[in-house]
Design a protein around this ligand. Sequence first.
Ligand SMILES: [Zn+2]
Ligand SMILES: [Zn+2]
Length: 257
Amino acid sequence: MFVVDLTFDCYQDTTLERAEQAINRLVNALRFNGQIIGEEFPTVLKDGFFVTRVMCPTEDAMHPLNNSPFVKHSIALLHDAGLLAPKVKVIGQDIHSNGADNCSEPSCYILYTTYVHTCSPLYCGDDFLPVPLFSIPAIANGDYKTLIKWQEDWQACDQIQINGATRCEFPALAEIADINSDLSRRGKDIAKRIQFLTQKPVYYYLYRVGGVDKHSELARRCPSCNGHWKLPEPWFGLFDFKCEPCGLVSNVSWDFQ
Ligand SMILES: [Zn+2]
Ligand SMILES: [Zn+2]
């Protein structure tokens, strides 16, 4: 991922409030389009310029060709607030994060995230690198907001169940582990949509923790078709189970690894 500064020049008098609103709108639009990643984007006012620091999945993510209709609309509205379209300055590559998928034709995709991952929740099925969202067709209404919202909810549930300090722990776990939870249903719908748009299989990840013992965990069947889905070797060292007809992947319970 790349650290990028967006500099907004004021070409006419504006107020802090109007400028802030307009910048926030653009930042949201960019986020729902996968052009920037993360949740916090500090903005400073310096020498008459607003500078917003963002993270981009690729060096060229901010290229206008990637802009969604909502991003274009938000840039137009910057002008009403007295601001020019942002100048983009790539500061450099973030040393903590992994790269972005570069495959032109991945053979399949995996929908996967965790509470510690600040990257695209869509992974390449050939090398398990996060796929910049704007490199696949828009999912709905010109961008990927439904997918970003699904990721936010998944990460929030994961965080709650990992912390294990509230009564929400088990309902949160059920959301990410049960095939019939609201979150799983939303995720599988999105996976189906991406499969339709890309004409590539998209696997949906089901979290797994608990269980009785390692033996019964290894013998676990696909929760959708009850078929055998254990892989001879874990896929990317992470997914022990994969059901192709159902488009599902999962792991041996984290309690018995
Ligand atoms: Zn790849
Ligand atoms: Zn199945």
